[in-house]
Each structure stands twice: as structure tokens, then as C-alpha cells.
Design a protein around this ligand. Structure first.
Ligand code: ATP
Ligand code: MG
Length: 329
């Protein structure tokens, strides 16, 4: 993407400050404590902010943008204090709101040009920038049509384009996959991944579906009832389960031949898709499961393609941790 905005991105990047940092951030709406003394740090790359409905995701984003005041605590965005440097923050941060915000009678092209001009770009540069971002989000063809006639997928893309209009250093994407069918959801997630990885823009993306964020996020922050449940690298969520997934040449016959042989040898095995999932040996069984698999395949005359560790899915871990958090200990 062309860098058109006067913000010195190189200076921002050199400084090494976190994209977002909060200290004791609290939001009390009166009837609901939406954020409860939240301490969290978000770096570069793509960070998934996950949590059930009402966990406080949108409240956090609105406070970071200066759209809401916190009840207590402090926060910095790209090193700028939310209490005193709102203008600096908004110049460097793009926001894709959760709810629909598009004027129905305006075309995506006019809307994104307008948003780019609002952030200080001259008209010609704004037009160029709008054409660029609309092409990136896949709205090149339809960009002159009024947005009222857009499908949900097209509206989400237009919302994403306006968030990118001023070449931000950080984008806050609130539920970008909301309302999308599985194919459009995948396309949107791929766009989110590209924004973070190919364009070097820090991304905070929310979802209540944890499974979809594990594919695109470098880090995951889990909120539960306004509190931080967990924050870690996505790979740390994906601890190995101990199960091995084994693929052999051929089809279901070969797969099942190996699975049955391993099962008979005392390694509980089940077919899973085109692979065999092999459980670790029982406690006290000192046999090496890797050697066992290799020897069994050789004995059966099967071509071994790969043996790889199975991983937990974020969703499973989240369910376990939430269950753990609400159970009396
Ligand atoms: N303006 C408001 N006034 C009172 N309560 C509010 C207000 N906005 C949000 N809340 C409450 O604060 C809590 C957190 O809401 P928030 O919208 O931040 O959650 P969320 O994680 O974004 O949820 P969702 O996944 O449904 O978008 C909820 O209990 C919500 O009902
Ligand atoms: Mg929300």
C-alpha cells in the first residue's frame, strides 16, 4: 500500500512502543462493570481479542479511540495517552465499528474519499488512496454503487476500507466477520491477515468465535466479564495433546490397516479424516510410539508420509479455562 499520510510511520515503528497498553482500565456503566481493572499489552502483528457477548471487547475499543471515557485507569495507544492525546491517536488508528455505519445513498468510493480527506489528505491523494484500499478489500467493481444496495459481505469490506483510508499504523476491527457466510468469513480473515503481515499494520481484531481467530492471530487476548482471562502467543494456546497424527500413502484401506495394527499393539487409534490419530501409550508403557508407528508401517508394507503432533484448539482451551474460572475451587 502506498504511504500517503504525513504520519511518520518509520519513526513510530522505530520507537518500539506497544500498540496498546492499559493499566487498571475500568469502565462502570452504572448497572454493569464492563471493564474490571484491565492490564493488557498488545504488540505488533495481529492480535485477536476474544470473549463472549458482553465481555467488554467493544467497550475497550471505544475507550482506546477516545469515544468513551474510562471510569478509572489509564491507557496508551502507540505510545499516546488516551486522556490527553486523542487527536494523535485518531490520526494513526483506523476503526471498523461493530454495527453498520454506512450512509446508504453514498458510494463506497465517495465514502472512502471523504474519510481520507477528513483525516487530512488533499482531494487527489484521497481519491488515489480510496481506489487503492477498495481494490485491496475486493470492492473495485462495485465501488461507484450506493452502499445501501450492498450485501453484508460488501458492507463489511467497505467498513474495512474506510478504516484503512488514512494509512493507519494500527487498526481496531470490531467483529469484521459478523453476519458473513463461511466463504466470506474466510475471505475477510485472509484480508485481516494480510493487513497485519503484508502491510505491517498492527491489528486488534475482535470475535466471539475463538476458532476463527487462531488462524490469523499472532497473539490472543481473552476477556471474560471485563477481566483478562488470558493473554499469550497463539502458539502457546496450541499446546500439543500428546496424540500423534499419522498419514500413510493410499486411501482409507491403508489408513485403517495401520490404525487396526497399532490398536492391536496397544496404542488406541482412530481414523480422523485421511489420517490415523494415535493416542500416547498408557502410563508405565515405555515403548517409543514413533518407533512403533514406523515399524508397523514397514511390517505392513505401507508408505509413511508423516507423523505430526496433534494440537489443542483455542476453542477447547477457552471452554476449559472458562469452566475452570466459574467453578468454585
Ligand atoms: N452504553 C452502555 N450502557 C450500559 N451498559 C453498556 C453500554 N454499552 C455496553 N454495556 C454493557 O457492558 C458490557 C460489555 O459490553 P460490550 O459491548 O463492551 O461487550 P462486547 O464484548 O463487545 O460484546 P459483543 O460480543 O456482544 O459485541 C455488557 O454487559 C453490555 O451490556
Ligand atoms: Mg462488541
Amino acid at each position: 500500500m502506498a504511504t500517503l499520510h504525513p504520519v511518520d510511520r518509520a519513526a513510530d515503528r522505530r520507537s518500539g512502543v506497544p500498540a496498546i497498553a492499559t493499566q487498571g482500565l475500568t469502565k462502570d456503566y452504572g448497572s454493569v462493570l464492563a471493564l474490571d481493572s484491565l492490564d493488557v499489552t498488545v504488540g505488533t502483528g495481529v492480535t485477536g481479542l476474544v470473549g463472549a457477548n458482553g465481555a467488554g471487547k467493544s467497550t475497550l475499543i471505544k475507550i482506546l479511540l477516545g469515544l468513551l471515557d474510562p471510569t478509572a485507569g489509564s491507557a496508551q495507544v502507540l505510545g499516546h495517552d488516551i486522556a490527553t492525546e486523542g487527536a494523535e491517536i485518531r490520526a494513526r488508528v483506523g476503526y471498523m465499528p461493530e454495527h453498520e455505519c454506512l450512509p446508504p445513498d453514498v458510494s463506497a468510493s465517495d465514502f472512502v474519499v471523504h474519510m481520507a480527506q477528513m483525516s487530512g489528505l488533499p482531494h487527489a491523494a484521497a481519491r488515489e488512496r480510496a481506489a487503492d484500499v477498495l481494490r485491496h478489500v475486493g470492492l473495485a467493481e462495485e465501488r461507484y454503487r450506493p452502499m445501501g444496495g450492498y450485501s453484508t459481505g460488501m458492507k463489511q469490506r467497505a467498513k474495512l476500507a474506510q478504516a484503512l483510508a488514512h494509512d493507519p499504523r494500527l487498526v481496531l476491527l470490531d467483529e469484521p466477520t459478523n453476519g458473513l457466510d463461511p466463504a466470506s468469513r474466510d475471505d475477510m480473515l485472509e484480508l485481516v491477515r494480510r493487513i497485519g503481515h503484508d502491510f505491517g499494520i498492527a491489528v486488534l481484531v475482535t470475535s466471539h468465535l475463538l476458532g476463527e481467530l487462531e488462524r490469523v492471530s499472532d497473539h490472543v487476548v481473552v476477556l471474560d466479564g471485563g477481566r483478562l482471562l488470558r493473554a499469550s502467543a497463539t502458539t502457546d494456546f496450541l499446546d500439543t495433546t500428546g496424540t500423534l497424527l499419522v498419514e500413510v500413502l493410499g486411501g482409507a484401506t491403508e489408513r485403517d490397516l495401520l490404525g487396526r495394527a497399532l490398536h492391536d499393539a496397544g496404542f488406541p487409534s482412530r481414523p480422523r479424516g485421511n489420517v490415523v490419530a494415535v493416542e500416547p501409550p498408557a502410563p508405565g508403557d515405555t515403548r517409543n510410539v514413533h518407533d512403533m508407528i514406523r515399524d508397523t508401517a514397514v511390517d505392513l508394507g505401507l508408505g509413511l508420509v508423516r507423523i505430526q503432533p496433534d494440537h489443542h484448539r483455542i476453542e477447547d482451551i477457552f471452554r476449559e479455562e472458562v469452566a475452570g474460572a466459574v467453578q468454585p475451587h
